[in-house]
Design a protein around this ligand. Structure first.
Ligand SMILES: Cc1ncc(COP(=O)(O)O)c(C=O)c1O
Length: 420
């Protein structure tokens, strides 16, 4: 009997909790505290920057206080501003769009590839106008976008590429770390991320000019550290030494965790794809390491005869935490309201800005993805192969008992982000 109807759940054991931490993390932060150097002039930030740049195969890394302002700084460094258009995917976190708005530019939202959930390169090319100033592929779920196609289109149109790699620590496209495949790439270290310190962000790039500029932007406009001249108008988006100390400590586990997520992700995809109407997100053959910030799969509601919502509620009852994921970016309430107005700072040139009525947008692939996709959080993939078997067994159980499942009514209220 289905657990949602009172039967025994497939699983009652918890999956690994996130963040994974022990005394070494406490000691790393305590040492930073004891050093008395909590901000400028500390050792942890430069050490972490060097290690993270190496991990992503980039020449430079510049850390900051979160992965939203890193996007904003990168766009500004690329010269994006009022009157410009920036191409972003519809299936992403709101920060990708918010950062564009905060530069005064307009996000031009395009559809995703139905199999990988990543930005569709053909849609990117179709959206390019003479106002386009940047392309922002998002390695959503930690799954690298088709960087060959995107970089080729960008080069042909002389456009820069900013990779939103907030979810893709350690991910590799064709053997190359993501982030510095385009001109510059942005990461987040917010609590749920595969490398976390509470809040934090980083930019990676091979471009000396961009690296210097974003470092100055993050540090009140200084080009040469404490007391240096302020030659550009910057922000204080600096990270503290305590955060960098925690990142250094967490970084020691990242590669082993990445390997485990990758192995488990491949195994789980193998098992789930044999179940009717279940389709794990595609991993391009050129993806050499998927970060699996999320494991995503779709449910074909016409094959199952149940809504994805009921499917998820029943899966949770079987002991598998899961979430519904994004709504189409253009439908986010705050975004629609903001998009219809014009940031006050730019109102003087309002008539020159591209107008997009986000409320009327409808991108079919994103719409379907938002309706029928199930998210499993990265921490589940840090379990054992037997844990992956439990996930597959729970989905198989729902399939075998789908006649009963079809009679289950969805609960009211939001589903929330369970397990993230
Ligand atoms: C795709 C994407 N971009 C940007 C961000 C913003 O990062 P942060 O939360 O560190 O500001 C996130 C974080 O959730 C994200 O998932």
């Amino acid at each position: 009997m289905l657990a949602i109807s009172g039967g025994t759940p497939v699983r009652s054991k918890a999956f690994p909790a996130w963040p994974i931490r022990d005394q070494s993390d406490e000691e790393a932060v305590a040492q930073a505290v004891r050093s008395g150097v909590w901000g400028l002039g500390g050792k942890c930030k430069p050490e972490f920057e060097a290690k993270f740049a190496e991990l992503q195969a980039a020449k430079h890394c510049v850390v900051a206080c979160n992965g939203t302002v890193t996007l904003q700084m990168a766009l500004t460094a690329l010269g994006v501003g009022p009157g410009d258009e920036v191409i972003i995917p519809a299936y992403t976190f709101i920060a990708t769009a918010a950062a564009v708005f905060h530069t005064g530019a307009v996000p031009v939202i395009v559809d995703i590839d139905p199999e990988t959930y990543c930005i569709d390169p053909q849609a990117v090319e179709a959206a390019i106008t003479d106002r386009t100033a940047c392309i922002v592929p998002v390695h959503v779920a930690g799954n690298p976008c088709d960087m060959d196609a995107i970089c080729e289109i960008a080069a042909r149109h002389h456009l820069p590429v900013l990779e939103d790699a907030a979810q893709a620590h350690g991910a590799q496209w064709n053997g190359r770390g993501v982030g510095a495949i385009g001109d510059i790439g942005s990461f987040s270290f917010q609590s749920s991320k595969n490398l976390a310190c509470g809040e934090g962000g980083a930019l990676v790039t091979n471009n000396d000019f961009l690296a210097n500029l974003v470092r100055a932007y993050a540090d009140c406009g200084r080009f040469d550290g404490e007391g240096g001249p302020r030659q550009v108008l910057g922000w204080d988006f600096r990270m503290t030494e305590m955060q960098a100390a925690l990142l250094l400590s967490q970084l020691k586990r990242l590669l082993a965790q990445a390997a485990q997520r990758d192995t488990n992700g491949l195994y789980l995809a193998e098992r789930l794809q044999n179940i009717s109407g279940i389709k794990p997100a595609k991993r391009d053959s050129r993806v050499t390491r998927h970060a699996y910030h999320l494991f995503m799969f779709s449910v074909d509601e016409s094959v199952w005869g149940v809504s994805t919502r009921v499917f998820m509620e029943a899966l949770r009852a079987e002991g598998i935490p899961c979430s519904a994921g994004y709504v189409p970016l253009y439908r986010t309430a705050g975004f629609v309201a903001y998009g219809q107005s014009c940031p006050s700072a730019w109102s003087g040139i309002a008539d020159q800005l591209t107008k997009v009525d986000y409320g009327r947008m409808y991108l079919p692939v994103t719409e379907a993805a938002c309706r029928n996709t199930v998210w499993l959080a990265q921490r589940l993939l840090l379990g054992s192969q037997a844990d992956m078997d439990d996930i597959a067994t729970a989905v198989e159980k729902l399939w075998h008992e789908r006649a009963a499942l079809q009679k289950v009514r969805p609960s009211t209220g939001g589903l929330g982000y369970e397990g993230l």
